[in-house]
Design a protein around this ligand. Structure first.
Ligand SMILES: [Fe+2]
Ligand SMILES: [Fe+2]
Length: 440
C-alpha cells in the first residue's frame, strides 16, 4: 500500500485557498467543478501550528462535509494568520473506509405509494415480464466462444488470439472496465432487492416483480461471463489483477442513492440500461474498426439485451408517471440533482484509488461512454416520459419539470468546459494490461 499513496496525491494539486477578501465558496466550487469526484474529511488536526484537513477520496461531497469545510474556511477567513493546509491521505483500508458512509436516506417512499407497486402486480405480469426472453431462445456465452469439446478448439483459440492482437491497449482497458462492471452483478441484484414493494422477499418469491428481478439477473449474468471468457482467451490482459478488481468491487458494493424507493430505483435502472446499451454498442463499433468482427458481434449482442431491459424499466416508469406524475417527476429531478452514480464507482484494483476515474476518462476519450451520452440519455428519458407535457403539477412539480427539461444543455456546457481544460498527452499504466501505459 505504499505506491498508491503518491498516486493518490498526484491528481490533486493543492487548491488555492480563499484569501480573506474572497468568497468562502471558492474552495467548494473547486471541489465540485474542477474534480471528477469530491472529498471526504477524515480528520482535522493541528500540526506545528497549521490546520490540516485530512481528506480521503469519496465520490460525492456529503452535506455534512460541505458545512464542515465551509466553517473551516470561515475560520480561516476571520483568522488569516492561521494557515490552513489541505492534505490528502490514502484510506488505510479502502473497503472499510467505504463502509463508513455518512447516513444514507432509507425508505423514502411513503407506504401508500409502496402499495401502488403491489396493486400493479398483474400489470407487471402482462407488461414487464414479456420483455424477458425465454431461456431456450436466449443466446449463451458458449455460442460465441471456442468449443472446448471440439477437435478444432486449439485452432479456434489461435484464431481468436490472432484477431485480438490488433486491439489497442486503450480499447482493451475500456473493455476490461466494462467487463468488471458487468461482473459486479451480485451488487446490482442486491440493490434491486432494496426497493420497497418490488423486492424478492424470500429468494423465490412468486410475485411478477420478484420473478423479473431473478430472470433479469440471469440474463445479465451472461454478459460478464462472455466478456470474461473472451478476454481470458486473448491472453492480452492480466486476469489475476482483473479478478482482484472484481472481488474488491463486489466487496465495496455501490451507492445508487435510491433510498429503497422504487420510483428512484426504476428511474436509475432506466438510465443505466440505456447507458450500458450505448457503451456496449460503442465497444462493438470500435471492435469492428479494429478488425475483430467476433468481438463486435459479442458487444453488439450484449447491447441488444441492455436495450430490451431499458424498454422494460422505462415502461414501468411510464406507468408511474401516468398514475402519479407529480411524485414521479420529483423523484426524477431528485436523482438528476444527485447525479446518476455509475454502478462501478467504487472500483479499486488494490493499488490505484482513482482507477474508476482513469477508466472513465479513457472511455470518454475513446467515445465509449461520454458526458454527452449522459446528456443524451437524460433528454431521451425526458422525451420518453413526455415530461414537458405533464400538467396539473404542484408548485414543486413545476419547478422539477423546468429543472429536468433544461438540464441537458447545462450538462453539455459543463462537458465542453471540462474538455477544454483537459490536459492531453499524459499517459498512465493499468495493472489490467500488465502495467502497459496508455494515453489518458
Ligand atoms: Fe449487462
Ligand atoms: Fe442490462
Amino acid at each position: 500500500m505504499s505506491a498508491p499513496h503518491s498516486e493518490f496525491r498526484r491528481p490533486w494539486p493543492p487548491p488555492p485557498l480563499p484569501r480573506p477578501s474572497e468568497s468562502p465558496f471558492l474552495l467548494l466550487s473547486f471541489s465540485s467543478s474542477d474534480c471528477t469526484d469530491s472529498y471526504f474529511i477524515r480528520r482535522v488536526h493541528f500540526v506545528s501550528g497549521e490546520l490540516h484537513l485530512a481528506l480521503s477520496e469519496f465520490r460525492q461531497l456529503m452535506h455534512a462535509e460541505t458545512i464542515y469545510i465551509y466553517m473551516l474556511i470561515l475560520l480561516h477567513k476571520f483568522s488569516p494568520s492561521l494557515p490552513c493546509l489541505l492534505r490528502i491521505e490514502a484510506p488505510k483500508n479502502p473497503i472499510i473506509t467505504r463502509r463508513n458512509f455518512p447516513a444514507q436516506i432509507t425508505h423514502s417512499l411513503p407506504p401508500h405509494k409502496v402499495e401502488l407497486f403491489k396493486s400493479l402486480e398483474s400489470w407487471a405480469e402482462d407488461n414487464v415480464l414479456p420483455h424477458l426472453k425465454p431461456v431456450e431462445k436466449c443466446w449463451q456465452p458458449q455460442d460465441f466462444l471456442p468449443d472446448p469439446s471440439s477437435e478444432g478448439f486449439y485452432e479456434q483459440v489461435r484464431e481468436l488470439r490472432a484477431r485480438s492482437k490488433e486491439l489497442p491497449d486503450d480499447y482493451l482497458v475500456c473493455l476490461v472496465g466494462d467487463m468488471i462492471t458487468e461482473e459486479a452483478l451480485p451488487t446490482y441484484q442486491s440493490v434491486f432487492n432494496t426497493f420497497d414493494g418490488v423486492r424478492d422477499e424470500t429468494g423465490a418469491t412468486a410475485t411478477s416483480w420478484a420473478r423479473w428481478s431473478r430472470a433479469w439477473t440471469a440474463e445479465e449474468k451472461r454478459h460478464g461471463d462472455l466478456l470474461n471468457k473472451y478476454l481470458y482467451l486473448t491472453g492480452r490482459v492480466d486476469m489475476k489483477q482483473i479478478e482482484k478488481t472484481i472481488q474488491y468491487l463486489i466487496g465495496s458494493g455501490m451507492d445508487a442513492q435510491t433510498e429503497n424507493n422504487p420510483y428512484l430505483g426504476f428511474i436509475y435502472t432506466s438510465f443505466q440500461e440505456r447507458a450500458t446499451f450505448i457503451s456496449h454498442g460503442n465497444t462493438a463499433r470500435l471492435a469492428k474498426q479494429h478488425g475483430d468482427l467476433k468481438l463486435a458481434q459479442i458487444c453488439g449482442i450484449i447491447a441488444s439485451d441492455e436495450k430490451r431491459h431499458e424498454k422494460a424499466y422505462t415502461k414501468v416508469m411510464e406507468k408511474i408517471f401516468e398514475i402519479d406524475p407529480n411524485g414521479a417527476l420529483l423523484a426524477f429531478a431528485d436523482l438528476m440533482k444527485k447525479k446518476i452514480t455509475m454502478p462501478a464507482h467504487f472500483m479499486f484494483d488494490g493499488r490505484d484509488e482513482r482507477i474508476f476515474q482513469h477508466y472513465s476518462a479513457l472511455a470518454q476519450r475513446l467515445g465509449v461512454y461520454t458526458a454527452n451520452d449522459y446528456a443524451d440519455i437524460l433528454e431521451f428519458l425526458v422525451a420518453r416520459w413526455k415530461i414537458g407535457d405533464l400538467t396539473g403539477l404542484s408548485g414543486e412539480g413545476n419547478k422539477a419539470q423546468d429543472f429536468v427539461c433544461s438540464l441537458g444543455p447545462k450538462v453539455r456546457r459543463i462537458e465542453e468546459r471540462a474538455r477544454a481544460r483537459a490536459k492531453e498527452g499524459s499517459t498512465m499504466s493499468f495493472c489490467w494490461i500488465f502495467d502497459r501505459k496508455v494515453q489518458r
